[in-house]
Design a protein around this ligand. Structure first.
Ligand code: URP
Ligand code: ZN
Ligand code: ZN
Length: 460
């Protein structure tokens, strides 16, 4: 398949120029002013449009047994949603139960994605326990091309680990050159606060926030910084929601900790009041860490602009409102946690970030694509528009106007937390390794074409 993209404005973290891009055998083979002397199977007129490297979501959940149920998307519905929204690769969290063998969990998660996903994918390996068997499995999993771990300081009794396990995981990560992504919240505090609130009859969704206030998250980040400082391991704080947590990460960085911070589109555009909506509607917006006070939005935007926040992800974790979220009708601690946004991240970020003058085009690409590729061993195969890179490209129509709705979205979910939000721009054409996978909001890709992206450790 030979694909020619004509006259688009190419945007990377450091460059902006108009050129043609020629792709052969899944890769970019030429970038030039006027490429006319080639035989192409398909030609796309990108004049007046941006051309971005395919976007990467570094934090998604697709196959997820969690809180007594399973996340709703399959790798077909999730990859379809990702591609229509401009995300061409994602990194999924493998979240085994503590009694599961890590290698078996890796194989299970891989079997769910392989042969189903229409876009390329890889995994962060969840280290939900640490013992001799787990250690040897983790070494094997890294050899198989998974160069990042995921740990949970929250979810006691499910995925959460002890300090001894945390220390040993980070020691191993340091030895193997693996980066460790971390959910930072103090698990014991969450548990005690949940018990207290429930015993006071505070059972509705808005009390979720009070069981996990900013200080509980900040303590988790501080804790991680201490262990990273002691071990020299490289760490990445996922779904960072508030100023208190960002400050702890920055304090760690000042002391020499190798730390990178991720935030989510939800924290930029939604706030605590969205989880306080009456008639249990707030449950749609229950996630952990919770949506915060609005003042934190400016802090996170500023962090993305200035570079204190490295990446913008989704933490996509879809649970239906009419059935699954109802599990917590009389007990907020039982509401499956998650606000899905895999499909809408890029259009919302472009609308409120670039069009809203909060972020420039270069930081937009860097935080939503290139930085994740660099941190997680995918660059320059992904996250770049250069000769030799995979031809994952997003021809973006900044003149498009539309509205987000569950009625039209591709995700396998009965609501959308961004219902009614206006978007200014959407992908015109999305390619996966040189083949068109989405066109003006329609999926035209191929299920099962997505490949596991094997990654080498780079964090020594
Ligand atoms: O609420 C969330 N974030 N759900 C997904 C699981 C996790 O903690 O990332
Ligand atoms: Zn988490
Ligand atoms: Zn997550």
């Amino acid at each position: 398949m030979r694909l020619l993209i004509k006259a688009g404005e190419i945007i990377t973290p450091s460059e902006r120029y108009v050129a043609d891009i020629f792709c052969e055998d899944e890769r970019i083979t030429r970038i030039d002013r006027n490429i006319d002397n080639v035989r192409a199977d398909e030609v796309i007129d990108a004049s007046g449009k941006y051309v971005f490297p395919g976007f990467i979501d570094p934090h998604v959940h697709i196959y997820l047994p969690f809180m007594g149920t399973f996340a709703k998307d399959t790798h077909e519905t999730a990859s379809r949603a990702a591609l229509v929204g401009g995300t061409t690769s994602f990194i999924e969290m493998i979240c085994p139960a503590r009694n599961e063998k890590p290698l078996e969990a890796f194989e299970l998660w891989l079997s769910k994605a392989q042969g189903q996903s229409a876009c390329d994918f890889t995994f962060h390996m969840g280290a939900t326990r640490y013992d001799e068997e787990a250690e040897s499995d983790f070494q094997e999993i890294v050899k198989r091309g998974i160069s990042s771990f995921k740990i949970f300081l929250a979810y006691k009794g499910a995925f959460g680990i002890t300090d001894q396990e945390l220390y040993n995981t980070l020691m191993l990560a340091k030895k193997l050159g693996v980066i460790t992504t971390a959910h930072c919240e103090n698990a014991d505090l969450v548990l005690e606060l949940q018990k207290k609130l429930m015993s006071e009859g505070k059972t509705s969704p808005e009390f979720h926030y009070w069981s996990r206030p900013p200080v509980v998250e900040a303590e988790g980040v501080h804790h991680l910084m201490t262990f990273a400082e002691m071990t020299g391991a490289h760490v990445y704080t996922v779904h960072t929601s508030c100023e208190e947590s960002l400050r702890e990460a920055m304090r760690g960085a000042e002391r020499g900790v190798h730390v990178w911070v991720e935030t989510l589109i939800q924290y930029l555009l939604l706030d605590r009041t969205d989880a306080e909506k009456p008639n249990f509607e707030g449950a749609k917006n229950v996630m952990s860490p919770p949506l915060r006070d609005k003042k934190n939005q400016a802090v996170m935007w500023n962090g993305l602009r200035q570079g204190f926040v490295a990446t913008l992800a989704t933490d996509h974790a879809p649970f239906d409102f009419t059935t699954q979220k109802q599990m917590g009708k009389n007990d907020f601690t039982k509401i499956p946690n998650g606000i899905p946004s895999l499909e809408d991240r890029i259009n919302l970020y472009f609308t409120h970030g670039v069009k809203g003058n909060r972020i420039d085009l270069h930081r937009f690409v860097e935080t939503a694509s290139t930085q994740a590729a660099k941190l997680f061993g995918l660059f320059p195969r992904k996250g770049a528009i250069q000769i030799g890179s995979d031809a994952d490209l997003v021809v973006y129509d900044a003149d498009y106007r539309g509205k987000i709705s569950a009625k039209t979205h591709q995700m396998n979910l009965d609501y959308n937390s961004f219902e009614g939000f206006e978007i200014e721009g959407r992908p015109h054409v999305v390619t996966v390794r040189g083949k068109i996978a989405a066109h003006d909001g329609k999926f035209v890709g191929e299920f099962g074409r997505g490949k596991l992206l094997k990654r080498e450790p780079t964090h020594f």
